[in-house]
Design a protein around this ligand. Sequence first.
Ligand code: SAM
Ligand code: SF4
Length: 461
Amino acid sequence: MIPFIDSNEIWEYINNTKTSENRVREIIAKSLNKNRLSLEETAVLINTTDPELIEKIKQGARTLKEKVYGERIVLFAPLYVGDMCINNCQYCGFRSTNKEMHRITLEPEQLIKEVVALEEQGHKRLILVFGEHPKYSPEFIADTVRTVYGVKFKNGEIRRVNINAAPLDIDGFRIIKDAKIGTYQVFQETYHQETYKKVHLGGIKRNYEWRLTSLDRAQEAGIDDVGIGALFGLYDWRFEVLGLIRHVNHFEATYHVGPHTISFPRIQNASSLSIDKNHLVSDDDFVKLVAILRLAVPYTGMILTARESAQIRDEILRFGVSQIDGGTNLEIGGYSKDKKKDQNLNMEQFQINDTRSLNEIMDELIKKDYIPSFCTSCYRMGRTGEHFMEFSVPGFIKRFCTPNALLTFAEYLEDYAKEDTKVNGYRLIEKKLSELSAHQDVNKLKEKIELVKQGKRDLYF
Ligand code: SAM
Ligand code: SF4
C-alpha cells in the first residue's frame, strides 16, 4: 500500500495556508451544508488565531451538532481486560519496562463479575481494552467478547461490545468479527513518523506502518466499523488534526466509507510517565481542535472520555461529541470492588479526571436537556454505518435515533435511576415526546414507552 501520510505535505498545509474572515465563513458554511472539509480548508481553521473567528468556528460546530444530530449523547464504559504488554510506549503505564505496574488479566469469572457490576450501573455498551501481548490473541479477544454478551443479570445485558486493542492481521480481524463486535478502534497515537519512533521504543508497536494500515486490514476482513484517534500531546496538535483528516480521506477514497468514530485523547499522568512535555495541548487549543474536527468530518461519531475533567467535558459536549463514558473505572477488576478508592496509577493505565458515577452524569445530561442514550439498534438491525445515515438520510434521526434513545433512557430510569433522576428523566421524555408530536410514529413510541414501564425490555425501531 502507498503510505498515505506525507509529513512534508502536512507541514506545507500548516505553513502556507492563509486564513481570513471570508475563508473561515465559507468553510463553516460548507461544513454546515454537510460536506467534509479538505486538508487545505481544515488548515485554514487551524491557522485561525483571531479570538472572534475562533468563536465563530466553535459556534459553527455547535450549530452543526444541533442541526444534524440533535441532543442525544450515547453512553458507554471502558472495561480493561488485561494490562500485560510487550510494547514500550513512553506515555503508557502498561509499557513492558514499567516494573511498578501490577500485571493482571481477568479470568472468566472475574470478567463476568465486572460485566454484572457494569450492568448494575445501567450500561448496555462497553469497549473492551487490552494491552498488546501474545496472550491477547484474536481467539482470546473473541472469547472475551462472547462471554460479555452472554452475561445477563436481572434486566441487564450488554448489547454492543467495541474493542480497543492491538492491530491484527486480516485473519485475526476475521476471528474477532465473527464474535459480533461493534467498532474496532486503533489509535495511531501520532501521525508524525519521527515522533512515533521516539515514543515507541520496543515491541511490535514500533512499526508505524503496521499500525497505520491496521484498519485497512480490518476493512479487508469485513469490519467496516472502525475508530481512529490520535493521542494529543505527543506532537504538534495541528499536525495530528491534519493526520486524522488525511486518514479519513484515505478511507473514503479506498472503501467509500469514513471511520465510524474519531477519538482525541489527551495525554494524562501515568505510572512512571516519561515523555517530552513540549507538545502538551492547552485547554483552549483542545476546545478549538475538537470544534475543527467536528466541522472537518461532519458525519463521524466523536468520543470524549473521562480523561478530561467534568468541566471540559461539559463544555465540549456542545461541539458535537456524540459518545462519552460514565462511571469509568480503569482498575482491572475495579467495577466489582465494593467501593471505588482513589486511583492507584500502578494498577491503571493513566489518570482520569472525571470520576462521576453514571447516575451523576445522567443527572447532568438531563439538567442540560440532552437525551442520554444506550441505543444499539442500528448495529443489531444491520444498519451499519449508522452515524453516516443519521447524517445523510433526511428524517433518520426522528424516525430511529431519538425514539430509540428515549426507549433506552426509559429502561435506565425504570431499572437503575435514583428516584429524583427518574422524576426529572420522565419530565424530559415528556418534553421530547411533545417536540416529536408532529411525527407519524410518536404514538407507537408512546406505546412502547408504556410497555417499558410495564417491564418489557429491548424495544426499538
Ligand atoms: N494496547 C492497545 C494499543 O496500544 O493499541 C490498546 C490501547 S491502550 C490500552 C488505549 C489507548 O490509551 C492508547 O491507544 C493511547 O492512545 C491511550 N493512552 C495510553 N497512555 C495514555 C495516557 N498516559 N494518557 C491518555 N491516554 C493514554
Ligand atoms: Fe501497551 Fe497499548 Fe500501553 Fe502501548 S499503549 S504500552 S501497546 S497498552
